[in-house]
Design a protein around this ligand. Sequence first.
Ligand SMILES: [Fe+2]
Length: 157
Amino acid sequence: MTAQQDTKLHYLALLNDIASGERRAGVYLQAWADKTTDPELKECLAMVADRETSHYQIFDRRISELGYTWEDNDAPDFEERLRVSGSDMTDVEKIRWNQAKQGERKGPPIRERYEAAMADDTVDPLTRSLLRWFSDVESDSGSKLRQVYERVEGNTG
Ligand SMILES: [Fe+2]
C-alpha cells in the first residue's frame, strides 16, 4: 500500500464536478434541442449536448483509471433547468432565463478551477492534457452557442 493509494487525489473533486455538470448539461441541452423549431438552434444545441454527454463519459472513465468511482454532486436547480428546457417558453425566453441563472451561481466558476489544474504540475500529465482538450472544446461550444443565441435574439428584436 503506497501513500498515494491512501490519500485522495486533490483534484478528484474537480473531475467529479466536471463529469457531473457535463452529464446534466447533456440532458437539458438535448431537451431544448428536442423542443425548438429553429433548425440552426436545434442543430447547435444537439451538437453541444452530444459533446457534454461524451465529456461526462470520458471524465467518468478517467476517474476510474485513477482508481476512484465517479460520484454525482448536488445540483439543486437541475430539475428546474430541465423543466424550462423542455417547456413551451420561447427560445429567447430560455436564452435569457439561462443567462440570469448563470449570474446567480455561487463559488468559483468551474472554468477557473480547471484552468488552475491545467497549470498545476502536481496533477498527472494525462489528466492535464485531457483538461486542455476539454477546455478547448468547451470554448468552442460556448462561442458557437453565443453566435446562435445572438441571431435568435436579433430575430425577435
Ligand atoms: Fe460543458
